[in-house]
Design a protein around this ligand. Structure first.
Ligand SMILES: C[S@@+](CC[C@H](N)C(=O)[O-])C[C@H]1O[C@@H](n2cnc3c(N)ncnc32)[C@H](O)[C@@H]1O
Length: 277
C-alpha cells in the first residue's frame, strides 16, 4: 500500500505557480548562499526538492557548460514544469529526475554540492532526506540549506484568525512528524547527525508590506492545507471559510504588519581529504 504523502504544502496548481514566483523572489538570497560555496566550472551539484524551478538556473550558471546540475523532485507536475523551464531557458547542463529525495538512486560520495531550499520544514522525518543529501556529497564537498522556522511568522495587531490558522497548521505538523521550527535545528542536525564541520549560519527575516508578493503567504498556505485539515476533522469547511476570510481581511488592511518566517541559510563541508575544496 502506498504511504500517504504528508508534505505540508501539497501539490495544487496554485502552489506550483507560487513556487515559480518564489524562485524569483528568493533568487538573490540564494545567490548569496552559493557565493559561500567554492563552485567552479565543471562542478557537479544536486538540488533536492527543486519544485518547478528552485535554484536550478542559478546553479546552472555557476557550474557552467562543463558542469552538471541534477534536480530531484517527487511531484510529477513540478517535474514537468521544471523540465519546461530548463528547456525554455536552454539550460543544457541541468537534468530533472522524478525521484524521492530520501532515496535518489544517484551516485554516493560524488557531488561537489548538494542543496535544499524550504524542503525539510514541510516533510515528516526530515532526517531521512538530510541523510541522503549528505551521502551524495563527495568527501570535502559541500551541503547548503535554506530553511524556515515559524518563530517570527506573525502579524500585528494580533488576529484571532492568524492565531487559529497557526494553531491548525502546528497541529497538522505535530500529528505528522513535521517540525515547523526546524530552521533553528539545521546547524545542529548537520553537525551531530551528518558529521558536517565548520557549519556556517546566516539568518534572514523580512517584513511583507502591502504590495509585497509574499504578504498573503499565510492565506496561500492555508489554502494548500485546507482539504487535509477538513479530511482529518480538524476544522469544518464552514469554520475554515470564515477563518480564511478573516485572515484575508486582516492581511489586506494597510496598517497590519506582516513579519516573515525566520529563515536560516546553513552550509558546511563534508569531512574528507579530496582536493578542490
Ligand atoms: C516548498 S517547495 C520548495 C521548492 C524549491 N526548493 C524552492 O525553494 O523554490 C518543496 C518541494 O520539495 C518537494 N519534496 C518534498 N518531499 C520530497 C521528497 N521526499 N523528495 C523529493 N522532493 C520532495 C516538494 O514536492 C516541493 O516541490
Amino acid at each position: 500500500m502506498q504511504k500517504q504523502d504528508l508534505y505540508a504544502l501539497g501539490y495544487r496548481a496554485e502552489e506550483q505557480v507560487r513556487l515559480q514566483a518564489q524562485a524569483r523572489q528568493l533568487a538573490e538570497e540564494s545567490r548569496l548562499l552559493f557565493d559561500r560555496i567554492p563552485l567552479n566550472a565543471g562542478s557537479r551539484v544536486v538540488e533536492i526538492g527543486c519544485g518547478p524551478h528552485g535554484c536550478l538556473d542559478i546553479l546552472s550558471e555557476r557550474v557552467g557548460g562543463s558542469g552538471q546540475v541534477i534536480g530531484v523532485e517527487r511531484n510529477e507536475d513540478a517535474v514537468s514544469l521544471a523540465r519546461n523551464m530548463v528547456r525554455d531557458r536552454g539550460l543544457a547542463n541541468v537534468e530533472i529526475v522524478h525521484r524521492d529525495g530520501r532515496s535518489t538512486e544517484l551516485e554516493k560520495n560524488a557531488f561537489d554540492l548538494v542543496t535544499l531550499r524550504l524542503v525539510l520544514v514541510n516533510v515528516p522525518k526530515p532526517e531521512e532526506i538530510l541523510s541522503e543529501a549528505v551521502a551524495l556529497v563527495r568527501p570535502g564537498g559541500w551541503i547548503a540549506l535554506h530553511e524556515a522556522d515559524y518563530l517570527t511568522f506573525m502579524c500585528d495587531p494580533p488576529s484571532d484568525a492568524w492565531a487559529r490558522y497557526l494553531e491548525l497548521f502546528s497541529d497538522y505538523c505535530n500529528r505528522n512528524g513535521i517540525d515547523p521550527n526546524i530552521g533553528r535545528r539545521v546547524p545542529r542536525l548537520l553537525r551531530e547527525t551528518a558529521g558536517i564541520h565548520d557549519v556556517g549560519v546566516q539568518p534572514i527575516i523580512h517584513v511583507y508590506p502591502l504590495g509585497h508578493e509574499r504578504r498573503f503567504i499565510a492565506c496561500e498556505f492555508a489554502d494548500n492545507i485546507c482539504e487535509r485539515l477538513i479530511a482529518a476533522s480538524m476544522v469544518t469547511r464552514e469554520e475554515f471559510a470564515a477563518l480564511r476570510k478573516e485572515l484575508l481581511d486582516h492581511v489586506s488592511r494597510p496598517e497590519t504588519l506582516v513579519v516573515s518566517h525566520l529563515f536560516f541559510q546553513v552550509w558546511g563541508q563534508k569531512p574528507g581529504d579530496q582536493p578542490g575544496n
